[in-house]
Write a protein that binds this ligand. Structure first.
Ligand code: SF4
Length: 373
């Protein structure tokens, strides 16, 4: 296991569009969380020792933990880090300052992913965010000045937002990585209950703009929603998109492991939410067979500009992918959505914007072929 995700579910306020597993701090809750985390890390390490290439602390807002809590959390992780390991911590503006950054560096963190969303105060207010644009700017500048690799998250296509201004600001700051999303209104969130609908035309324009503005600043689109300077790509997330193995710690965290000794190809483990996880309930296990693995690998791999290698996937799953997919691929290549070169199937820019349709067609072809085997 070379990649580990650790979920820290605590947030100071809960944003109305959020569908992550988040809670507010309550009396004794962080203490219970850390105790269970120590036990869970020791159990997982006994089964999956070895050095980590990437460690990702996500949430929630991991930077909302106090210095001594973060120190205890890092002490709970027995895995050594590979010499050039990427250690990312998600942070929100307002939860960092130079002294805290110094503390994070001493713990081994070398990359900070900052949930900026927008630099415009009216937009932030509408999103229900606790920070202001100036605070976001200051946090990004301080993290860069302290020598961290910095990624920032932006939400694009929001009503009343000057997306170009947000993108220009992000590019001018000199960060190495930007994740640009459109607002996903998930069922059950307050935004969904208020009937807020994202406008698809607005969204497509926003992504076109992101490609142009960030591209001029040297940040290339290497994944549907992610832009990076060369060498600044998120190595941890690449492990997900490439369907590598990773472990998961913390409430609602998931893990993915290959199972060479079992009847299935791989398994996904998903931890229960905080109260049940803290009480020691084990993760739910889901076996992943060859067809499901192939479908997921295509869906995730084609999010990347580097694409997927069908022959490697064929070898891993034992499925006749090349012949099953050939007619659909021919059609999508003719439409300029994908191309097969050097043994890799890669999406074009247009293909990245129309990925949903491409993936559905590939899945249907796979299911047809699989039902005939
Ligand atoms: S800060 Fe992020 S994780 Fe926390 S509630 Fe807001 S969107 Fe969710």
């Amino acid at each position: 296991m070379r990649h580990l995700y650790l979920h820290v579910p605590f947030c100071p306020t809960i944003c109305p569009y959020c569908d992550f597993h988040v809670v507010r701090r309550g009396p004794g809750l962080v203490e219970r969380y850390l105790e269970r985390l120590e036990a869970e890390a020791a159990e997982l390490y006994a089964r999956r020792p070895g050095a980590l290439d990437t460690l990702y602390l996500g949430g929630g807002t991991p930077s909302y933990l106090r210095d001594r809590e973060l120190a205890r959390l890092f002490t709970a992780l027995p895995w050594p880090l590979a010499p050039d390991a990427e250690v990312t911590l998600e942070a929100n503006p307002g939860t960092l300052n130079p002294a805290r950054l110094e503390h994070l560096r001493s713990l081994g963190v070398n990359r900070i992913s900052i949930g900026v969303q927008s630099f415009q105060d009216p937009v932030l207010a509408r999103l229900g965010r606790a920070h202001k644009g100036r605070g976001a700017l200051r946090t990004v500048e301080e993290a860069l000045a302290a020598g961290f690799r910095v990624s920032l998250d932006l939400i694009l296509g929001l009503p009343g937002q000057d997306a170009a201004a947000d993108l220009e600001t992000a590019a001018a700051l000199g960060v190495g990585h930007v994740s640009a999303y459109t607002l996903q209104v998930e069922p059950g969130t307050p935004f969904a209950l208020a009937g807020l609908e994202p406008d698809p035309d607005h969204e497509a324009e926003a992504f076109e703009l992101a490609r142009a503005v960030l591209g001029r600043a040297g940040l290339a689109r290497y994944e549907v929603s992610n832009f990076a300077r060369p060498g600044e790509e998120a190595r941890h997330n690449l492990a997900y998109w490439r369907m590598a193995e990773w472990g998961g710690l913390g409430p609602a965290a998931s893990a993915h492991f290959f199972t060479p000794e079992g009847p299935a190809l791989a398994e996904r483990l998903t931890n229960p939410p905080l109260p049940r996880w803290a009480a020691g309930e084990p993760p739910a296990r889901e076996a992943i067979g060859p067809l499901e693995h192939a479908k997921e690998a295509l869906m995730l791999g084609l999010r990347l500009r580097e694409g997927v290698e069908p022959t490697a996937l064929e070898a891993r799953t034992g499925l006749p992918l090349a012949s099953a997919l050939a007619p659909v691929l021919e059609e999508r290549q003719a439409q300029g959505l994908v191309r097969l070169e050097g043994g890799r199937l890669r999406p074009s820019d247009r293909g990245l914007d129309r990925l949903h349709g491409v993936v559905l067609a590939l899945w249907e072809a796979l299911e047809r072929a699989y039902s005939e085997i």
